[in-house]
Design a protein around this ligand. Sequence first.
Ligand code: AMP
Ligand code: FE
Ligand code: FE
Ligand code: ZN
Length: 299
Amino acid sequence: MASAPSSSARTYDRRMPGGIDLHAHTSVSDGTETPAELVAAAVDAGLDAVAITDHDATTGWREAFDAARGTGLMVVPGLELSTQLDFASVHLLGYLVDPGHPGLVAEMERIRAERLDRARSMVERISVDYPDLSWERVQQHTTPGATVGRPHIADALVELGHVPDRSAAFQSILHWQGGYYRPHEAPPPIEGVRLIVAAGGVPVIAHPGAAGAPRVLTDDVVRRLVDAGLGGLEIAHRDNRPDQVPRLRALAERYDLIRTGSSDYHGAGKPNRLAENVTEPDQLARIADRATGAVPFRG
Ligand code: AMP
Ligand code: FE
Ligand code: FE
Ligand code: ZN
């Protein structure tokens, strides 16, 4: 019964050309580069394929496709849907969804609006102690229509000299125990899985071994998510706690789940580098075979 760990998601080996990185953000959410800049960075990194997975948004796809034309890079369109269970945040990557699916569009809009309210309220709280922080200043660090999050508040705090970089902001003022934190509402993961499946996409739990996720992603919850249509687990990701990885591999084995590995690149906003973790081609093929909402764009 015991099978050797056979993670298809391997750590990037510089001697191997190409690679598939299925998790990256742009200025459509909290990445610091535009979709076209992400594509250029993916080409520079020597990737064969990159997924654009902005938080609760698909509006960067078109620009990424246009930028990829003629480069040979494959762009896998997706999103990272915010969900929540028992106060823990669970992120669902949704690959190859129909970006016009009414239910998905409505839910993304709802979450973005809720995130906006929450960001404003956090800024209000922070500005009591840091009066030079204003909502206008935070907005200057977002692009119109972007999914607003703590990273944008961090950028304003960096500009004002209160913290040296985003990571320092997350470890202090923006930390969930930092005194100013407010959660935002999001649907439970089972609804997120159903929604992504309804939109023709393939749901994969992002960084399932990170932070508070393991507390809520019990074996029973994972089984229910699989029953609802969960397609895979993001196993190779820098935020997955090493002590969680054997369990994630075992779950993937038990339910024959797709195994991915990815960077979660945010441009200059996070230390994560493109291609630091990658996904095996057969696992991407499984995603493409299963999806009906969209197809990868071959540049
Ligand atoms: P929020 O969704 O607004 O609560 O903010 C969390 C988001 O901020 C995550 O999706 C990460 O992409 C990003 N984030 C978390 N930690 C850091 C960090 N140390 N530096 C930069 N960005 C971070
Ligand atoms: Fe992010
Ligand atoms: Fe995430
Ligand atoms: Zn992400």
